[in-house]
Design a protein around this ligand. Structure first.
Ligand code: PEP
Ligand code: MG
Length: 607
């Protein structure tokens, strides 16, 4: 059986399916004949939940450190230590009363009582601890209800070797638990090519397909799955393919390993075009845990440090000191280059337990990025102070996400100025010349680029969001993913406009979205005047090869052809053909982008 979706991370995977069940939906209330039985069910579900939390805490600590394990520890306390915390005791008593006196089912009683407390803590928004507790309670309630229904835990931390994880969706909190050493592929029904599961999969070089409709129904536990992420766009998922096909899959995989080995020879070489233009290649990072892999890959700079991951892994807002230590560590790890720290970019698909946002009809158009920071100065100011303080220990640059125009930029710049003045008064060192830039990802910023460039030092184009906003196509919605066209000429036209405005104001421009590491797009971006490209560490070697074998003259011509194209397909074919011709310099015969990533098309029709 064949399913199709979109390539989120290229490559071929062959493994056994593990289905990851979506979070449990709320069970309705039902009248029960014997409250005593319900009470027994409740207590046994509580016990199972505590045991699960204990296990989770242990394995998270082993893999991700005690920082993450803390989240699970605090949840365990809620479920286990009723005597220690008065409200837990009261909560449990209320659940029992509803079962005993009002004949509620255990599921219904847990839902109603926990919801009340979740609401209560969420409303106490003066205290971060209360908000975090509200998120924890919600998670615990879900866990208890699932155990009441006797359903297995959707646990991604304990997978068999060679698993292909099949899920409706994977959120950043799910992927934090993923045992990446055992996963060979990821298939999700939802999600777009720039979703965070896609970014994670690419960074770990795990082939992934998103937007695979019907995957959960069509694939069963332990089915053999071949994931072909070769087309760069269309991913094919084959369930229980014939044995003959498996031989072909293995031999194609070997070919790809050989191609990648050739490209690896370029790792660490200077990144200068064949006619002498220096291009900075930097990496995207989510936390200090990524530093070793970035350094091993030869990275000298960080073009995007997504600071929100520091917040995602904690049940409380990290203090200024905790943030300072993390940013300082990053600044010191790249003494030959720079580190661009992007201020907190939550909201949209990145929900942080300690900073709850009220539910919105259009989260990507809502309270996210800089908007949320400006609304929460008690969170924003300590972060700005922490970044400034880190600038005393290396070349740090600060980047503001989701700037749509001058008003929010000026408001944010004023906050930065306040942070500077505070530190000066306190005698805390920082670099007074620290560069400040913005992520250009909102279409209005493209049109206002001149005015914005006059107020900042650099632009880094966030093509993931820019594409979704330009084309009005949700980057996470697999159902409309064919409208999320990363090679659309409109995206390149916007980039040109931003570069031209920056050049008029003598500012430099980088690209930190997924396009920045895309082997097809890199020569065109250089031709458009982009001088810094930020990507995943695993993409550096191939990008170095592309930079060194491209002349600015040729790149400019390529960019002109891209800008003159009528459609995404035309651009993709143009760039794809250029890649194929270029590959002949490295390989006895040209390699298409499809061959680089997946199985050949004929194979699919043959079987
Ligand atoms: C982008 O939007 O291109 C970007 C780099 O930011 P993120 O993917 O974190 O939204
Ligand atoms: Mg973005």
């Amino acid at each position: 059986m064949h399913l199709t979706g979109l390539v989120a991370s290229p490559g071929i995977a062959l493994g056994q399916a593990v289905l990851f069940a979506p979070p449990l939906t709320v069970p309705g209330n039902r009248n029960v004949a014997t409250p005593q039985e319900e009470l027994l069910r409740l207590h046994s579900a509580l016990e199972s939940s505590i045991a699960e939390l204990e296990r989770l805490q242990g394995c998270v600590k082993e893999r991700l450190g005690s920082h993450f394990a803390h989240i699970f520890r605090s949840q365990q306390t809620i479920a286990e230590d009723e005597a220690m915390l008065a409200e837990d005791e009261a909560m449990l008593a209320e659940v029992e009363t509803m079962i005993r006196e009002r004949s509620f089912s255990a599921e219904g009683a847990v839902q109603i009582v926990f919801d009340q407390y979740v609401q209560l803590f969420a409303e106490l928004d003066a205290d971060d601890h209360n908000r975090a507790r509200s998120a924890d309670l919600e998670d615990v309630a879900k866990r208890i209800r699932r155990n009441l229904l006797g359903l297995p835990a959707a646990d991604l931390s304990d997978l068999p070797q060679g698993s292909v994880v099949v899920a409706r969706d994977l959120y950043p909190s799910d992927t934090a638990m993923l045992d990446t050493s055992r996963v060979v592929g990821i298939v999700t029904e939802r999600g777009g090519v720039s979703s965070h599961v896609a970014i994670l999969a690419k960074s770990l070089k795990i082939p992934a397909a998103v937007g695979v409709s019907g995957a959960m129904a069509a694939i069963a536990f332990h089915d053999q799955v071949v994931l072909d992420g070769g087309d760069r766009e269309i991913a094919r998922v084959m369930v229980n393919p014939p044995r003959r096909m498996l031989q072909h899959v293995r031999s194609r995989k070997a070919l790809q390993v050989a191609w990648r080995t050739k490209v690896e020879d370029f790792r660490g070489l200077d990144t200068v075009t064949s006619d002498g233009v220096e291009i900075t290649l930097s990496v995207n990072m989510g936390s200090t845990r990524d530093i070793p892999s970035a350094c091993t890959a030869g990275a000298r700079s960080v073009g995007l440090y997504r600071s929100e991951f520091l917040f995602l892994g904690s049940s409380r807002v990290p203090s200024e000191e905790t943030q300072f230590q993390a940013y300082r560590q990053a600044a010191e790890a790249f003494p030959r280059g720079f580190v661009i720290i992007r201020t907190l970019d939550v909201g949209g698909d990145k929900q942080v337990p300690s900073i709850p946002v009220s539910s919105e009809d259009n989260p990507f158009l809502g309270n996210r990025g800089i908007r949320l920071c400006l609304a929460r100065p008690e969170i924003f100011l300590p972060q700005l102070r922490a970044i400034l303080r880190a600038s005393a220990f290396g070349s740090v640059k600060l980047m503001l996400p989701l700037i749509g125009g001058v008003p929010e930029l000026e408001e944010a710049l004023e906050m930065i100025e306040t942070a500077r003045q505070q530190l000066e008064r306190e005698g805390k060192p920082f670099d007074p010349e620290m560069e400040v830039g913005i992520t250009v990802e909102v279409p209005s910023a493209v049109w206002m680029a001149d005015a914005l460039a006059r107020r900042v030092d650099f632009f880094s184009i966030g093509t993931n969001d820019l594409t979704q906003y330009l084309l009005a196509a949700d980057r996470l919605n697999g159902d409309i993913s064919r409208y999320y066209r990363m090679y659309d000429p409109a995206v390149f036209l916007a980039i040109r406009q931003v570069v031209q405005a920056a050049q008029r104001q003598r500012r430099w421009v980088g690209v930190c979205g997924e396009l920045g590491g895309d082997p097809l797009a890199i020569p065109a971006l250089i031709g458009l005047g982009v001088r810094e490209l930020s990507m995943l560490p695993g993409q550096l070697a191939e990008a170095t090869w592309l930079v060194r074998t491209t002349s600015l003259h040729e790149a400019s011509g390529l960019a002109e052809s891209v800008l003159a194209s009528d459609s995404h397909g035309e651009v993709r074919d143009l760039l794809g053909e250029r890649y194929r011709l270029k590959s002949a310099e490295l390989s006895p015969r040209p390699v298409t982008i499809h061959e680089r990533n997946g199985l050949c098309n004929q194979l699919h029709s043959r079987f």
